[in-house]
Design a protein around this ligand. Structure first.
Ligand code: MG
Length: 262
């Protein structure tokens, strides 16, 4: 099931996305409004609205976004870094999250903002110290993410809070796919329609299971928390006016435009 979060007539709702649409379009998709909340047993109301008549929101409002770095060897190499032995995590704040179609506001303190297409894991239940065999039980589903990064700031500041945590640096969407095997999916990033990144999630050094085991050794994850799993090679600059799109096989496409911060 594809679960979207959206606003309609001033209210926020979740809905199951139904139907098929041509690539790059939402024509033909409808939302069956969810009664209750996706983290609990819920029912579909049967009340349907065309998807292109509503505004999609970030599919979740996470308490925290935990992002893993250098999880694709070729990307680590392109940045001149060693491949780490163990997973390493950093945070993106909840205030960095934006939804599909929202604008990435180019920060004033950077001259080099990069795209990083990533598979995002959405947590479905409160959990900690999750054993490998239970990881699938704590996952609600998967969505597309862009770990937007001020690369120049990342290089000159030891901690990445500003470089990777500025407002609008974590686009998520367009919805959460709950029925998906994440182990070997095509992941792609285009800028203004030109392909920049192309990889497969099977190239991850540490699997989704590894990452969830690793982070829950340290901290409790809450329903709606989001885990970013690293980016394949091909990262590169964004400029004001660009349209950046992250597409993951079996999920869909997350598109955002880059604007100057007002
Ligand atoms: Mg990243």
């Amino acid at each position: 099931m594809r679960i979207a979060r959206f606003s309609i007539d001033g209210n926020v709702a979740f809905g199951a996305v139904e139907g098929e649409s041509p690539p790059g379009s939402t024509d033909g998709l409808v939302l069956d409004i969810i009664k209750g909340h996706p983290f609990t047993d819920f029912e579909l109301s049967g009340t349907k609205v065309p998807l292109n008549k509503v505004r999609l929101l970030p599919p979740m409002l996470p308490n925290k976004v935990v992002a893993f770095g250098r999880n694709y060897a070729e990307h680590a190499r392109e940045m001149g870094n060693e491949v780490p032995d163990a997973p390493f995590a950093f945070f993106k704040p909840s205030t960095s999250v934006i939804g599909p179609g929202d604008e990435i506001a180019y920060p004033s303190f950077s001259n080099e903002v990069h795209h990083e297409a990533e598979l995002a894991v959405v947590i479905g239940r409160m959990c900690r110290e999750v054993p490998r065999e239970r990881v699938k039980d704590v996952i609600l589903g998967y969505t597309c993410a862009n770990d937007v990064t001020a690369r120049d700031v990342q290089k000159r500041e030891k901690q990445w809070a500003r470089a990777k945590g500025f407002d609008s640096s974590c686009p998520l969407g367009p919805w959460v796919e709950t029925d998906l095997d994440p182990s070997d999916l095509t992941i792609m990033c285009t800028v203004n329609g030109q392909q920049r990144q192309l990889g497969r999630t099977s190239e991850m050094i540490h699997s989704v299971e590894d990452l969830i085991v690793n982070i829950t050794e340290a901290m409790t994850l809450l329903p709606g928390d989001v885990i970013l799993t690293g980016t394949p090679a091909g990262v590169g600059p964004l400029t004001v006016g660009d349209e950046v799109a992250v597409t993951i096989e079996g999920i869909g496409t997350l598109t955002n435009k880059v604007i100057k911060r007002g």
